[in-house]
Design a protein around this ligand. Structure first.
Ligand code: CAA
Length: 287
């Protein structure tokens, strides 16, 4: 099936939204990014310039294609600027209430058969879709991975009411954006975080119980399992607060204490050691 998307709207100009927008524009799609926060837009624009320049320098893109991609991204500071989008991909803060307040405003901007997608990493798609009941069949999860321009996967999440046509269009769109897409159903953590997060959590238990030091745990998993980063380094990269939140979703949604966040992981969050973004998590990062 064809995706039928000419214009992509992205809500949120942060790390994920900015990456999604760059990938969409680089694959030839007209792209509009909405963020109410002006400085976030400026930061996103600067990141796009840097990444496009890097692509040209590395010979992955010629200058004309980089200029074309840049020219296809427009930034707007109100949801109305997304008018006429064939799909809007939401990538704002991971807070169900804030997302649900935004979705009706996004739905109002869609073209006739337009799709609403959320980049949430663990909030229930079925729950988010209740904020726009008339759009539930055209509501879906489109879970990209950080860093978006590098990571190949889109995990496509079907809510309870998502139509087969919507799933097929979003799978086709993801592939047209140069990604590989796989569908999963709306259960806590979907597939990626259902499997990844308990592994990361277990690495914190191993550290807490003195099985090995963090560096050893990470090197064992990197070299022994061919991971690009060890699980503790990856936790810092994702954000330890995010890891706790996702474990909480698993523990509550699957109603099983085996998914409880490791006390040491929670303690680091309490101390404000959130990972790369605060300069210290499991490891300390230079300025
Ligand atoms: N944006 C764009 N490109 C980036 C980037 C970013 N933020 N960060 C790194 N890159 C690019 C670099 O430019 C570099 O490419 P070139 O040199 O060819 O231009 C390439 O990625 C490799 O980067 P580095 O050489 O700096 O470092 P590296 O080889 O260690 O790779 C990494 C860095 C890509 C992050 C790699 O370590 C990796 O794949 N790590 C695992 C990432 C991962 O698992 N992500 C998923 C997290 S889970 C998630 O996102 C979802 C969730 O729900 C929690």
């Amino acid at each position: 099936m064809m995706h039928g998307v000419k214009k992509v709207g992205v809500a949120g100009a942060g790390q994920m939204g900015g990456g999604i927008a760059l990938v969409a524009a680089s694959s030839g799609l007209e792209t509009v990014v909405f963020d109410a926060h002006g400085p976030a837009i400026e930061k996103c624009r600067a990141l796009h310039d840097k990444l496009l320049a890097r692509n040209v320098e590395k010979g992955r893109m010629n200058q004309a294609d980089a200029d074309g991609a840049k020219g296809r991204v427009k930034f707007v500071e109100s949801p109305e600027g997304l008018k006429g989008s064939d799909i809007i991909i939401e990538a704002i803060v991971e807070d169900a209430q804030i997302k649900k307040e935004l979705f009706p405003k996004l739905a109002a901007q869609l073209s006739g058969n337009g799709i609403l997608a959320s980049n949430t990493s663990s909030i229930s798609i079925t729950d988010l879709a209740t904020s726009v009941p008339e759009h539930a069949a055209r509501f879906i999860g489109m879970h990209f991975f950080n860093p978006v321009p590098v990571m190949k996967l889109v995990e496509v999440i079907n809510g309870l009411a998502t139509s087969t046509e919507t799933t097929e269009r979003v799978l086709a769109l993801s592939e047209a954006m140069g990604k590989t897409a796989h569908a999963a159903n709306d259960r806590p953590g979907f597939v990626s975080n259902r499997v990844l997060m308990p592994m990361i959590n277990e690495a914190f238990y191993a550290w807490m119980e003195g099985v090995a030091e963090p560096e050893d745990i990470d090197e064992i998993m990197k070299l022994g399992c061919a991971f690009p980063m060890g699980p503790l380094r990856l936790a810092d990269f994702i954000g330890l607060d995010t890891c706790v939140k996702i474990m909480d979703v698993l523990a509550e949604g699957l109603n099983n204490p085996r998914y409880r966040a490791c006390p040491l992981l929670k303690q680091l969050v309490t101390a404000g050691r959130l990972g790369d973004k605060t300069g210290r998590g499991v490891y300390e990062y230079g300025k």
